[in-house]
Design a protein around this ligand. Sequence first.
Ligand code: FNR
Length: 370
Amino acid sequence: MTQNLFQPIAVGPFDLPHRVVMAPLTRSRAGQPGDVPTGLNIEYYRQRASAALIITEATQISRQGQGYAWTPGIYSQAQVDAWRQVADAVHDADGLIFMQLWHVGRVSHPSFQPDGALPVAPSALPVPGRTFIVDANGEGTWGEIPVPQELTIQGIQAIVEDYRQAARKALQAGMDGVEIHAGNGYLIDQFINSQSNQRQDAYGGDYRNRARLLLEVVEAVVEEVGAERVGVRLTPMGRFMGMGDDTPEATFGYIVEALNRYGLAYLHLVEPMMVGTVKDEQVDPRWDLIIGQLREAWSGVLILAGGYDAQTAETALANGRADLIAFGRPFIANPDLPRRLREGLPLNLPDAASFFGGDHRGYTDYPLHG
Ligand code: FNR
């Protein structure tokens, strides 16, 4: 039974026919040069337009905001023009699409940065992780992340402006709205978490200061496109790329209360149920409690993601834990996922080897149910 999953719901100015959202999914197949969506990318999104809402793959707001090979951007005119074709294809199939806006901060490599500069971060601390770069032969390979440079106040202000411009361009490209990526250990999350932020100025120290960048970005983007077209994605208790916070209840509680003021389209939280990718011992036992607390504190529409299937999604909606459920890997493998969930049809399994980079294989060739 999936009766709750297939109830309509209003999100901002949009009437969604059901609650099955396509989670943002980096697939590293943007056209080169220029990190521009291609015909293949258009086809991929068109195939998945039966989602109640598509959230695009994370899309860098500037060159400085890029950290992995072949991810698309939303700063050049060519990118705007190409994304326009994605949005048109989704709309022609009666879909709804928000673009996820991304700045990776320190999770980058000089090869992506303007003038080969060091990547930027709240603090110049070593980063536990690697990123995917392009080698001299144009092949993808893992690269070490250098110790980043600490952002100046001026540098932070420039990034807030880049978010504003990117939101404007996303709407110019025909997107219905934008999602601010504030999780997964990328720039905004690096400011939020005490472990990655040792600043002594207005952007560090107290959790109110650590949340300042997020709130300034939200404010700028809301000014640009209107709150009802803006969502925010957070990963409280996430450990990816060296995240960790001394007071997560207070930090994320404060953030959610602060976000309540804007009347955003939605809040999107990720639970650490990344089956097969996060080891149990890395999951903080407090996350379940925190998600519940944030649910209580948040006054708007809530999307949850992370390891859901038809049954657990249905239960989460029935219990009021969430209003919509975003599916990641199931949507990679099942372009017609809403229909399969509604009719109880079997699911194709995702092929992890083709998640990042490559061609149509493992991308647009997953079959529809007959
Ligand atoms: C992701 N995820 C992710 N999250 C995000 O906010 N922006 C992104 O671009 C990506 N990219 C991405 C790529 C791939 C291949 C995977 C598997 C995951 C996380 C994703 O949105 C989702 O939260 C997780 O996959 C958990 O949901 P599922 O897959 O268990 O339904």
